[in-house]
Design a protein around this ligand. Structure first.
Ligand code: PXP
Length: 255
């Protein structure tokens, strides 16, 4: 048997909801996407209920919890309102993330060193409710050590800076960020933490980071939603063409 533990894939469906919200209707439905992702091999579903509800909304989270057959990872900021909603939803896991209204996406990790007094009661309350708490942090030794001290069972390493450096062709920065991830994952494992990673991963960076045995789960969303358009668009156009052709054939038999 392999000594390397399996690597789970959490599929983030936030940006299915971004598309849905562009028109304000019900389609595309992030819950349908979540079910399809599970059918295709996702080990869990991640969704971020942001304060401004720009993508996932409260009823999406409730439906995800009620309808999916794999663990739900509820990403949220550490606020009283989110704590109340997550305790009512009872997801498998909560990933605490920093949140600024004006940011396009979660730009950096949580500062657990600076905010340990504020975070401690969130971690304790969620853990007491049987929810597995994860802290989304940069792979900084100080942050990792504080996460372990706060008794969070899981950290998620923010891979955004590494992925950006790879994308932009900044080899030296990419190498430094990669080293930080490798060292941080090892340190976290040795401190007894389960290690997840995510943000900005694509096929190439996911393949690379999957080789780190200290990492148990990757959470990936945006890139896959974008790729899915290209993989699925041709089939969708063919299906639409066929629907129109059937309709037109009926007009021909009627005349
Ligand atoms: N993990 C966390 C904690 C995140 O906040 C995000 C983005 O919502 C992701 C993973 C997924 O990042 P991406 O959508 O860039 O793959």
């Amino acid at each position: 048997m392999s000594k390397v533990p399996p690597l789970r894939l959490g599929v983030n469906v936030d940006h299915i909801a971004t598309l849905r919200n562009a028109r304000g209707g019900a389609r595309p439905d992030p819950v349908r996407a979540a079910k399809l992702a599970i059918e295709a091999g996702a080990d869990g579903i991640t969704a971020h209920l942001r304060e401004d509800r720009r993508h996932i909304r409260d009823d999406d989270m409730a439906r995800l919890k009620a309808e999916i057959s794999k663990p739900l990872n509820f990403e949220m900021a550490a606020t009283a309102d989110m704590l109340r909603i997550s305790l009512a939803t009872k997801p498998h896991a909560v990933c605490l993330v920093p949140e600024r209204r004006e940011e396009l996406t979660t730009e950096g990790g949580l500062d657990v060193v600076g905010q340990h007094n504020a975070l401690a009661p969130f971690i304790a309350t969620l853990s007491d409710a049987g929810i597995r708490v994860s802290l989304f942090i940069a792979a900084e030794p100080r942050q990792i050590e504080m996460a372990a001290k706060l008794k969070a069972p899981v950290i998620e390493i923010h891979t955004g800076a590494w992925c950006d450096a790879v994308m932009d062709g900044h080899a030296a920065k990419a190498a430094a960020e990669w080293e930080r991830i490798v060292t941080g994952a090892r340190l976290a494992r040795s401190a007894g933490l389960e290690v997840h990673a995510g943000h900005g991963l694509d096929y190439a960076t996911a393949e690379r980071i999957a080789a780190l045995p200290d990492i148990a789960e990757l959470n990936i969303g945006y890139y896959m939603v974008g790729e899915a358009l290209f993989v699925g668009l041709a089939e969708t156009v063919r299906t639409m063409r066929a629907a129109m052709d059937r309709g037109r054939a009926r007009a021909e038999t009627a005349t």
